[in-house]
Ligand binder design. Structure first.
Ligand SMILES: Cc1cc2nc3c(=O)[nH]c(=O)nc-3n(C[C@H](O)[C@H](O)[C@H](O)COP(=O)(O)OP(=O)(O)OC[C@H]3O[C@@H](n4cnc5c(N)ncnc54)[C@H](O)[C@@H]3O)c2cc1C
Length: 402
């Protein structure tokens, strides 16, 4: 029996896999997406879309709809525990460098349906749910063979000219190719407390992105369209089970937001681990890694998913050129090296810098002094936000010159 063959197979219908698939389909490359779950994930995970990412999503035709569902963030604030505004930086400083001089707060699970709808309407794309890839091997000189556990329990092979592995942090493709998988856990983890109470109604001048930096308690505040998130960083030796108990959350909120005591409707509290990881090579033969399958960082700064979406665009564009004979496959080596260097030398250090020094009073004062000096100098504000938005290391939008 002959095995069916596709030019490109994407493993994983998360934000990264669907973005790669849409770039390919819009570039005229037939693409098949295989997703193990029966439907898109609705889990609450990443929530920040940076300007560079919005520029790229605009090119795919989904940025405006995503923004309409989210909350637009025009500035970053730094505040103390008395909720005095210490510093602020306005995204207006990026005008002229991006078509989207702001960030958007919206669940990643709002992006994936937009991408899926675009793919389902596209003649070059097919998305197969309930299709788990359980093995992957190089096949001859010009293919990769995937073994799939399909909807009817059928274990069918499929050949691909190229595979984009976007199957997340526990990547089966990575394991099948015997690549290193061990991430380095940070000595702290994140506690996310969700409240339905509109914090900007309680705290004067509060914007939807604030870093509360105070020797007594530091945390981040994110305003979402229909709720607010407070994100705390806790040492790894504090038991994770206890910190989400109602009384523990109540005590933490009394310390963090004393002026709101008793007024917050807490709807959820949960923890997640923070780890870093970079795959030694993003390209293994005809398999190309993207997103969490290739890298992890701390969630501080909200860069990991954004960087994964940039990987997806870079791979999608490069594969499109190779498919149409407009570039030789050596282009893929260059993209692999570039995307890996972005994570190693920019995304991970920037994400770690976001919380550097916040654990002791001296370090915190130094960090805040540094932010104060930047905030007072318009040129440095532009440079700071340019880097924080990954505008210096994302693929360039085709239509816009930065
Ligand atoms: C609690 C939490 C909070 C986070 N907060 C932030 C944040 O604030 N900012 C930020 O930038 N990032 C954040 N992240 C990270 C962000 O969610 C990820 O970077 C993002 O989801 C990566 O997208 P992805 O498409 O690479 O992987 P995923 O979203 O994990 O998607 C992978 C897909 O592959 C599928 N799959 C897996 N194995 C197979 C297989 N064998 N066959 C077929 N399909 C398969 C999965 O079902 C899944 O749909 C957070 C993550 C968590 C867990």
């Amino acid at each position: 029996m002959s095995v069916p063959r596709r030019p490109v197979v994407v493993v994983g219908a998360g934000p990264v896999g669907l973005t790669a698939a849409l770039v390919l389909a819009q570039g005229g490359v037939p693409v098949t997406v295989l997703e193990s779950d029966p439907a898109l994930s609705t889990a609450s995970r990443a929530s920040t879309f940076h300007p560079a990412t919005l520029d790229l999503l605009d090119e795919l035709g989904v940025a405006a709809a995503l923004r309409a569902e989210g909350r637009t963030v025009h500035e970053i604030q730094w505040r103390d525990l008395e909720q005095r505004l210490l510093h602020r930086m306005s995204y207006d400083a990026l005008t002229g460098r991006t078509a989207h001089p702001y960030r958007v707060h919206v669940e990643q699970s709002r992006l994936t349906p937009l991408l899926l709808a675009a793919l389902e309407a596209h003649p070059h794309a097919e998305v197969c749910f309930s299709s788990t890839v359980f093995d992957v091997r190089p096949w001859g000189n010009d293919a990769v063979r995937l073994w799939i556990d399909g909807p009817a329990g059928l274990r069918a092979p499929l050949d691909a000219g190229y595979v984009v592995a976007a199957d997340g942090s526990r990547s089966t493709v990575r394991t099948a190719l015997r690549l290193p998988s061990r991430a380095t856990e940070y000595p702290w983890y994140a506690l996310r407390v969700v409240t339905a109470t509109a914090l900007d109604g309680l705290l004067p001048d509060l914007g939807p992105l604030a870093y509360v930096r105070d020797p007594r308690q530091s945390f981040s505040v994110l305003g979402m369209p229909d709720h607010w998130r407070l994100i705390f960083r806790l040492p790894a030796d504090v038991p994770r089970g206890q910190v989400t108990e109602r009384r523990a959350v109540g005590a933490l909120l009394e310390r963090a937001l004393p002026s709101c005591a008793g007024q917050l409707d807490v709807t959820d509290a949960h923890t997640y681990r923070l780890a870093s990881y970079v795959l030694p090579d993003y390209q293994v033969g005809r398999v190309l890694f993207a997103g969490d399958a290739a890298h992890l960082t701390s969630t501080a700064g909200g860069m990991n998913m954004n960087c994964g979406l940039h990987d997806a665009v870079a791979w999608g564009r490069a594969l499109t050129q190779v498919h149409h004979g407009e570039a030789d496959p050596g282009l893929l080596d260059r993209v692999a090296a570039e995307r890996r260097a972005v994570v190693k030398h920019k995304v991970i250090p920037r994400s770690e810098a976001r919380t550097a020094g916040i654990d002791d009073a001296d370090g915190l004062h130094r960090a805040l002094d540094g932010i104060g000096r930047i905030a007072a100098d318009p040129g440095r504000v532009t440079d700071y936000l340019h880097a924080a938005s990954l505008l210096d290391c994302a693929p360039l939008p085709r239509q816009q010159a930065r």
